[in-house]
Ligand binder design. Sequence first.
Ligand SMILES: *Cc1c(COP(=O)(O)O)cnc(C)c1O
Length: 492
Amino acid sequence: MARSEESVVDGSRATGNTSPPALPNAAPKDLPSVDRLLRDPVVAQLVAEHGHSCVAQQVRTLVDELRARAVRGELPLTEVANDALTAAVQQRVAGRLAPRMRNVLNLTGTVIHTNLGRTLLADEALAHLLRMMSGPNNLEYDLATGGRGDRDSIVEELLCTLTGAEAATVVNNNAAAVLLTIAALARDKEVIVSRGELVEIGGAFRMPDVMASAGAHMVEVGTTNRTHPHDYERAITERTALLMKVHTSNYAVQGFTSAVSEAELSAIAHARGLPVATDLGSGALVDLAAWGLPREPMPQEMLAAGCDVVSFSGDKLLGGPQAGLIVGSKAAVGKIRKFPMKRALRMSKLPLAALEATLMLYLRPERVAQDLPTLRLLTRTESDIRQVAEALLPAMSAAVSPRFAVSVEAMQGQIGSGSLPVERLPSAGLAIAPVNKKGTGRALDELATALRRLPLPVIGRVSEDRLLLDLRCLEQPSVLRDQLPQLQQALA
Ligand SMILES: *Cc1c(COP(=O)(O)O)cnc(C)c1O
């Protein structure tokens, strides 16, 4: 039976595609019952593995869908052959049980890519996370006294040691940290901020809206490009509760500009008994200039300049899990910690374990650029990356030829996630260009799609009629090389 069906399919190919092929269609009576299909040895094996309910659900929806198509006269007989049916069940069960969250290969050139999950955790952080989650732990339990503990205490001392702060607390992410800081220190009061710092971060985090959500009244001072000390001074009234600095992490104001430094602003605020809070965005705990990278302001500098509260992300340059870190004076952090909203924004034990292990790595500053994947990737040299590209060139060329030509090229990457927006990271990678200049756009789409459909999806970027694979984040070339036969097949 299978034989004759094959020949029908072949016959339809031979007639060309001008008219729909006249395949024999299945009738509803040709379909097996759900029970019969469940008793098939191949399907029974799936039941043994995954249980009855999961497999039966997939068999039922399959049979329902096939019946609907059979009723419409749109179901080829080939699809009701036993092998085809059991293969369809296998595929459906596998699809149902396949996670939606998957690993990908980030070859975009943006190291801390928000859409691709930002930072990679260090091995130490992964191991600690796994150990702590596989059993009970002392999350809020004081092992010395046997009494109730505070989850903040797991990282507070570390954060104080690393930044010189008097106190520290942690929440779900930096957006929450900023919201909580403003609400706790300035609800129903006024917060003064420069017009040059009214940032919008991806995902609808806009400073004016955050202020409103926190129940504070925003008072804008200065202009987009220039704000002076007297702008802040003149805006201070008895309704003022907080002076705020926001790091313009994803844009740069250049040219005729002037901003008030944290030190100047702290002097102005403290003379009136007011606190200063800084939203640092990324915030690096080590000076990136030590590795020839562009400098990013550090929380310890902001505290030294007199800021009362500094908040920053856990999963940007810090290289840890998603988290919002708040460091500062005992008085300000104390208020923030006691504010009721803190409970709703508190950090989960999962990232807390990863955060503790990540911060611990900073106690060994000489090793941190090796231990932390984010810093390791950021500090890779262009010549290192170029070597990887050269080594991959022949195999990649073979996989995409004859339709595409590949070359090794210098590329400009970036740190990403709103860190250092103007600076570029000199990098290298593979540039893949369609050989035929007609239909370039479609060919590039097809290539990008084929790369995304690989078992470990490869994400590059299209620029000037080429698909670029920046190899800065490819630490193991074999994970790309091993997939090239599949890429070749997809493009054939
Ligand atoms: C990234 C960023 C935030 C938001 O931090 P998340 O950890 O992503 O919530 C807030 N402010 C600034 C200036 C940022 O750069």
